[in-house]
Design a protein around this ligand. Structure first.
Ligand code: ZN
Length: 161
């Protein structure tokens, strides 16, 4: 398991648009595996490559602990409805704020084998897809927060491996 350092707000890498992935290489495969490890270690539901300092269009998402999505060059092709809810980000530790997102999202992407896939989600998964794809454009959710950015108290639970 290889963990990467999560970049935090203020790091310019988080404000830059990412480049498309044109071919799978051992280095990109390793990046994706490290992103997955880093996301789970941080108890996140998603992580985008710029959050570990790499400007490539790759995100990993797992909202349930059982449904891991690796999305390469993802694009949202359909949205509907609306949801308001608290959102947080591993790059903005200790904070959350209310963000309005579509309640349903359909995205197309490539998987880790560069095969086309389609992902549909509602509620948290729809929110996570929107949030992670914003990272690929250099945007953080704090730009979309309605009202105050709140402090979050984390449970100081010991991690059991
Ligand atoms: Zn984020």
């Amino acid at each position: 398991m290889a963990l990467r350092i999560i970049r935090e707000m203020g790091d310019p890498v988080l404000n830059k648009p990412c480049k498309e992935v044109t071919e799978m290489t051992p280095r990109i495969r390793e990046l994706i595996e490290d992103m997955i490890d880093t996301m789970y270690e941080a108890n996140g539901v998603g992580l985008a490559a710029p959050q570990v300092g790499v400007l490539k269009r790759i995100v990993v998402i797992d909202c349930t602990g059982e449904d891991l999505y690796v999305l390469i060059n993802p694009k949202i092709v359909e949205t509907s409805g609306e949801q308001k809810g608290q959102e947080g980000c591993l790059s903005v530790p200790g904070k959350s704020g209310e963000v309005t997102r579509p309640n349903y999202v359909k995205a197309v992407a490539l998987d880790i084998n560069m095969k086309p896939i389609e992902v549909e989600g509602t509620e948290l998964l729809a929110r996570a897809i929107c949030h992670e794809l914003d990272h690929l454009e250099g945007h953080l959710y704090v730009e979309k927060v309605e009202g105050p950015l709140l402090d979050v108290k984390y449970d100081e639970e010991e991690e059991v491996e």
